[in-house]
Design a protein around this ligand. Structure first.
Ligand code: 5GP
Length: 110
């Protein structure tokens, strides 16, 4: 069965797509944690970082993040987050990178 994010990528579930290429689709998070909160998702259904193959669409995530950050004018900086597994708060088992921007962030994260 297709993952939630594959269903978004295929247009079955609506989302505001801000970028897409042959490997990655980026859309606004439904529950934004910052003025800009975009999810970058490899088209390939990889459950998480723990399952990434040697080669695959995940290798294009950082390039897509840079392009989206430039497109959205995040000149002052931004944060990229990947939650892996339950203790990190991963809720969707399709690898995704959060791109957060438009406000200041603290460290360490919660
Ligand atoms: P995780 O907690 O797995 O790192 O991140 C999953 C993210 O997916 C959450 O930030 C959540 O708000 C977002 N999300 C869950 N369901 C949907 C949805 O149907 N549409 C969109 N655009 N985002 C979703």
């Amino acid at each position: 069965m297709a993952t939630l994010f594959t269903r978004i990528i295929q247009g079955e579930i609506p989302a505001e797509i801000v970028y897409q290429d042959d490997h990655v689709v980026a859309f606004r998070d439904i529950n934004p944690q910052a003025p800009v909160h975009v999810l970058l998702v490899p088209r390939q259904e990889i459950p998480g970082v723990a399952q990434v193959p040697e080669d695959g669409d995940h290798r294009h995530l950082l390039n897509a993040a840079r392009i989206v950050a430039e497109q959205l004018g995040l000149k002052d900086g931004y944060r990229l987050v990947i939650n892996q597994g339950e203790s990190a708060g991963q809720t969707v088992d399709h690898l995704h990178m959060h791109l957060l921007g438009g406000r200041d962030f603290t460290w360490p994260p919660g």
